[in-house]
Design a protein around this ligand. Structure first.
Ligand code: C5P
Length: 231
């Protein structure tokens, strides 16, 4: 069921707004992403509230610190009952493997490779990483796999090569998804929902193209239909 593979980014700053969005989208919504804005304003209790609504929760806090600190953070976050958590791959192998070992219950850990707002110019000129974005994503993803992580966050453009190199069961979670003709905003490496599914992406993360629409349910359903048509 494609609706289970569409993760809606609840990028709002209060519990009321988040719960309204869940209600607006309706019962086919199965998986939500809670990012820094919502988590920092509502606190850990809100994760339990979402779980009570029978939703899967991806807590997107992009942990990045020394291995011991990252490990302890991931340990307490996984005890909240989240289904998916993430760390930045740029934290390195030791940080990722210690974080992986700190997981409790059924939580899976994925690595953030390069943000989908990063293009080659930013990568080379600002971050000081030579080569293409794809090279860097592949390098980080290989490191994540070596550390035992379940998968990575990447742009849909990298999925085909990543699956070829690291295996089809290595999970890819892809933001940077924009319905055909929609506004791109600050995302740079974008694909349509159909293209992302056809490329082999396991989960699509979509925020503004649903959250910013007057009819959120219709926007969500339209994306699910696009995903279904491509599978
Ligand atoms: O509104 P939009 O569809 O661009 O939202 C994408 C979501 O995915 C945002 O919450 C953003 O923080 C997140 N994200 C991303 N790129 C990554 C990791 C997470 O856009 N590499």
């Amino acid at each position: 069921m494609m609706n289970e593979r569409l993760i809606v980014a609840l990028d709002v700053s209060s519990q009321d707004e988040a719960l309204k969005a869940v209600k607006d989208i309706g019962p086919s919504l199965r998986f939500v992403k809670v990012g820094m804005e919502l988590f920092y304003s509502t606190g850990p209790e809100f994760i339990a509230r979402l779980k009570d609504l029978d939703l899967k929760v991806f807590l997107d806090l992009k942990v990045h610190d020394i291995p011991n600190t990252a490990q302890r953070a991931i340990h307490v976050l996984s005890k909240l009952g989240c289904d998916m958590l993430n760390v930045h791959c740029s934290g390195g192998l030791a940080m990722m493997s210690q974080a992986q070992q700190a997981l409790e219950g059924n939580t899976i850990l994925i690595g953030v490779t390069q943000l989908t707002s990063t293009d080659q110019k930013v990568l080379n000129d600002q971050l000081g990483i030579p080569g293409t974005v794809k090279d860097s994503v592949l390098n980080y993803a290989s490191l994540a796999k070596k550390a035992g992580l379940a998968g990575v966050v990447c742009s849909p453009h990298e999925v085909v090569q990543l699956k070829q190199t690291l295996g089809s069961d290595f999970i890819t979670v892809t933001p940077g998804v924009r319905p055909a003709g929609g506004e791109v905003q600050d995302q740079k490496r974008v694909m349509t929902p159909g293209e992302a599914i056809a490329a082999g992406s396991d989960y699509l993360v979509v925020g503004r193209p649903i959250m910013g629409q007057s009819d959120r349910r219709e926007a969500f359903e339209r994306i699910v239909e696009e995903m279904e048509a491509a599978s």
